[in-house]
Design a protein around this ligand. Structure first.
Ligand code: SF4
Length: 401
């Protein structure tokens, strides 16, 4: 906190913002996936900022890029044509400033008949100018990211910067790293894991289902799921019991001990470098190694195709068709983590009004999803039990009857 305050005092918010944008550009230029993710997030931020700018400030931005408001006299002369655009009411026409932009920069609006074109200029209402600015911003940022990607190869591997930039996308910013956390009142064990799987986010419940079906997990699946279980409070001993129980359905106990038990102990820091590894966050899973045939790791909202995800959600009876449609729309627009949050909201109605449930890192960490879901269901169960007990208490009047 002190460091943050010192940096702010010396640079100011705007400079920190600019510096962080360029640092992230360097960190997120390296692959198609990273570039797409960064473009989407920066696009949202850019649009949000423009939409919340007071009208005069937005007009000042447009002036800076040489876009001048159409003078009132000219606007009124074009009244009939501008009013013929679908959805424009007389009130909106009177209060909305218009801008004249080369029509080649507003092809989407021209195609949708959302502007009026004359003499090579598209006459666009102020709120629609934001979408043109956003398109320009995305095109320019996309080009810069590709250029930065070519330059990234020259960043020295051995220096201090390259390793920092290369791991930035998998860093988890929250101070909660879900190391050996106890979920609710129940410790996670080999005995209760099958019933607790109902509280897992889709990535982990799919890995669990894959393990139960195939009785094995490949390298990334073992890491993703093993560390998740560790973060959810499963002890190393219970983890060994659980994995041995499943793997032993297709191999002998000796083979399990020889080939896989070491991995489990390694995750808990009992072998090798003796580092106690932390569970993967959503960013790391989404940007990590994509699953291939026979793999069960990854994020379904990122790695499943639309049809596969749609039929899975239907099979699992997640929400209504409309709610599943909302989840799929978020997935299709590359908002994988928001799709996951929507899934949580659908399955845990009014969770935000249930006391003492931590919803902070939903969509950022699978363990946050699991922990919130387990607490939610524990509270629902105890509320039901209390109601049942209250119903069983016989009133004194009833006893006398
Ligand atoms: Fe799992 Fe995160 Fe993907 Fe949700 S968004 S399914 S928690 S990786």
């Amino acid at each position: 906190m002190q460091l943050e305050a010192t940096v702010k005092a010396n640079l100011g918010d705007a400079k920190i913002d600019v510096a962080s944008h360029f640092i992230l550009r360097a960190a997120y230029c390296r692959s198609e996936d990273l570039r797409r993710w960064f473009l989407t997030q920066e696009g949202y931020l850019f649009k949000h900022r423009l939409e919340f700018l007071p009208e005069n400030a937005l007009q000042a931005v447009l002036k800076k890029i040489n876009l001048d408001k159409v003078p009132n006299a000219q606007k009124n002369a074009l009244r009939e044509s501008l009013m013929s655009i679908p959805g424009v009411t007389p009130g909106e026409f009177a209060s909305t400033p218009y801008y004249a932009i080369p029509f080649t920069q507003a092809l989407d609006l021209v195609a949708n008949r959302s502007c009026f074109v004359a003499d090579g200029l598209a006459y666009v209402a102020l709120p629609k100018v934001v979408s043109i600015l956003l398109a320009k911003f995305r095109t320019s940022l996309s080009r810069s990211l590709v250029l930065a990607s070519a330059a990234f190869n020259h960043v020295e591997e051995e220096g201090r910067i390259a390793p920092l930039l290369k791991t930035m996308n998998s860093q988890y910013a929250s101070n909660k790293n879900y190391t050996e956390q106890i979920v609710g009142e129940n410790e996670l064990t080999a005995a209760n894991i099958d019933s607790m799987a109902a509280n897992m986010p889709l990535c982990m419940s799919q890995t669990h289902a894959g393990l139960k079906r195939d009785h094995k997990l490949k390298h990334w699946g073992r890491l993703q799921y093993g560390l998740f279980l560790k973060g959810a409070g499963m002890s190393m001993e219970e983890s060994l019991v659980f994995f041995q129980r499943e793997f032993s359905k297709i191999m002998t106990a000796e083979q399990f001990h020889k080939n896989y038990a070491y991995n489990v102990r390694h995750m808990y820091g009992k072998e090798g470098k003796r580092t106690s590894y932390t569970p993967y966050n959503c960013q790391k899973i989404i940007m990590g190694q994509a699953p291939q045939g026979g793999d069960h790791h990854g994020c379904p909202y990122r790695h499943y195709d639309d049809q596969h995800l749609a039929s899975l959600l239907q099979k699992m009876a997640i929400g209504t068709p409309a709610e599943r449609g909302d989840i799929l729309r978020l997935k299709r627009s590359n908002n994988h983590q928001l799709a996951c949050v929507k899934h949580f909201e659908v399955m845990h109605p009014s969770a935000s009004s249930v006391p003492n449930i931590d919803l902070d890192n939903l969509g950022n960490h699978p363990n946050a999803w699991f922990s919130a879901s387990a607490s939610y269901h524990a509270k629902q169960t105890s509320a039901t039990t209390e109601t049942e007990l209250a119903a069983q208490v016989v009133s004194p009047e009833k006893m006398e009857e």
